[in-house]
Each structure stands twice: as structure tokens, then as C-alpha cells.
Design a protein around this ligand. Structure first.
Ligand code: BT5
Length: 260
């Protein structure tokens, strides 16, 4: 099977650039945006040689996993574009459901991970840069289909290890349609209230102990909610409610380890 777009994505005007192997689908999307591409255009592969996560951390994936990035050029401020990460988590969870990964619950971990059985099964990376008066935003979604690295700080898993027999190509077909739907709901940020509600219904660790390491500082408390901007709200023991816009999150028993 080769990569193809689902019917909803096709009728909404999405296009596809598929690669046998590439450095990073996010890097390629940004390069094309600099060269004048205005999307919406998907970049997909089953083998990345230089995949990256936040703060340039490596994204490690054997051949057969799904690396996908969608490029949109939007007319919203960067902080609003950043809320697309929540739509991406929802789209992947929905794609997994429609592609047949039934019986497994997928939870969304703030800010942008998808979890199964408390393990990371997908990571999402948003990158944006101005193109003329507008903003090129690239949402990269890396999903562990056939394999996952060992020994990562947050344990990882893959669909195969969960007994789910899907290929990257089958999952992408469903993802392209699910993304079309959640991007429509997001509606240039106007629909973030709806996205937020759907995201909270799937949130991992909600109302439980959390510690967040952000800019070298650790904030520990209870994960209360996410606000209208997508910030994590941590309720501290002294009654303060702290909004956090970026960081690494540890839940439950790992919350005290993260805080150590
Ligand atoms: C992420 O970063 O989780 C975002 C990953 C985004 C990858 C996609 S693939 C398509 C597109 N093209 C790219 O080049 N990137 C995007 P972060 O939250 O910073 O997590 C990175 C950390 O996750 C690493 O430091 C490892 O500890 C761990 N990690 C690396 N590979 C992993 C994997 N396959 N599964 C689970 N965890 C992994």
C-alpha cells in the first residue's frame, strides 16, 4: 500500500508529498513554505533520518513508523497557531479509532503527546515561522506503529506491541480525514473552546498530582485544567493557580521524581 489521502482531505483540497525516506518531514515542510508553498500539504514517510522533537531532542523511529507533517499558512498570531497541537492529538486519537485500534484507550498528555497504557505512542511538534504577512505552521505527528525506543524518560510503546495490526499507510489515510475535521472545528482558533472541551475529555492525569519542568524551574501541584489559551493550570498547595505555557510533565508517582 502506498500513502494516500482520505476522501474528506481530498475534497477539502489537501495535497500529499510522500517520501520513501527523508531527514525530517517538519524540516521539509518549513523549507517548502520558505520556497513559496502555501499548503495545505501533508509530508509523510515511514523513515526519517533526522526526526526531532521539542528543543531539538531526537525523535527515534525504526522504518515502518509514521512520520507526518501538515503545512498550513494561516492568518493568526503564533500563540493561537500553537493551539493546533491540541487538535492534532484529537485527530490522531480519532484516526486510531476509525482505523480499527479498538479496545485501547488513547489519552492526551499536555501539551502534545498521545499515550496508551501510560506510555507515549505519539509525539507532536508544532513549528511556525512568518511567510510574508502570514504564518507558516507545521504540525508534525510521529506515531509509533511498528517500534518504539527503550529507556526514554517517559516509557514508549507502539501499536504493534499493543496488538494493533495497522500499517503507517492505513493510519495516515484515517489521520488525513480526521485532521481535516478537527482543523475545520479549530476554525482559525475561533473553535478552540470546542477543541479544549474535547481535549479535556481525553486528558491524561487531570485533577491528579503533576510536576512540570519549565525553563529549569519545577512547578508541582494538581493538574486542574487547561485555560482558553491552552496553558496548563497547576493548583499549588498554597492556593495559587499557575498557568504554564511550555514544559515537560510528570504525573502521579513520577510527579515527585520529576520534581526531584
Ligand atoms: C515530541 O517531542 O514528542 C515531538 C515529536 C515529533 C516527531 C514528529 S515525526 C514527524 C515530524 N518530523 C519531525 O522531525 N518531528 C515531527 P518531545 O516532547 O520533545 O519528546 C522528545 C523525547 O521523546 C525524546 O527526547 C525522547 O526521550 C522521546 N522519544 C524519542 N523518540 C520517541 C519515540 N519514537 N516514541 C516515544 N518517545 C520518543
Amino acid at each position: 500500500m502506498t500513502f494516500s489521502l482520505g476522501p474528506r482531505a481530498l475534497s477539502a483540497g489537501y495535497r500529499l508529498a510522500a517520501f520513501d525516506r527523508i531527514g525530517s518531514t517538519n524540516a521539509e515542510a518549513l523549507k517548502r513554505a520558505r520556497g513559496g508553498e502555501r499548503g495545505p500539504l501533508w509530508f509523510v514517510t515511514t523513515e526519517q533520518t533526522a526526526g526531532h522533537g521539542r528543543r531539538n531532542r531526537p525523535w527515534i523511529a525504526p522504518r515502518g513508523n509514521l512520520a507526518s507533517s501538515i503545512l498550513h499558512v494561516v492568518d493568526v498570531p503564533p500563540a493561537v497557531a500553537a493551539t493546533l497541537g491540541f487538535a492534532a492529538g484529537l485527530a490522531l486519537a480519532e484516526a486510531l479509532r476509525t482505523a480499527g485500534a479498538n479496545g485501547i484507550e488513547f489519552a492526551l498528555k499536555w501539551p502534545n503527546d498521545v499515550m496508551a497504557q501510560n506510555r507515549k505512542i505519539a509525539g507532536i511538534l508544532l513549528e511556525a515561522e512568518p511567510v510574508g504577512e502570514r504564518l507558516a505552521v507545521v504540525v508534525g505527528i510521529g506515531t509509533n506503529v511498528v517500534g518504539a525506543p527503550q529507556g526514554t524518560p517517559t516509557p514508549a510503546t507502539c501499536l504493534k506491541a499493543l496488538g494493533i495490526d495497522l500499517t503507517a499507510e492505513q493510519l495516515f489515510l484515517a489521520l488525513s480525514d480526521a485532521w481535516t475535521e478537527f482543523y475545520r472545528i479549530w476554525d482559525a482558533g475561533r473553535g478552540f473552546a470546542e477543541i479544549r472541551k474535547l481535549w479535556l475529555a481525553r486528558a491524561a492525569g487531570l485533577r491528579g498530582p503533576v510536576s512540570v519542568v519549565s525553563g529549569g524551574v519545577t512547578i508541582a501541584g494538581v493538574f486542574e485544567t487547561i485555560d482558553e489559551a491552552g496553558c496548563m493550570i497547576v493548583a499549588m498547595a498554597d492556593g495559587r493557580r499557575v498557568p504554564i505555557s511550555a514544559g515537560d510533565v510528570y504525573f502521579g508517582t513520577a510527579a515527585s521524581a520529576g520534581a526531584a
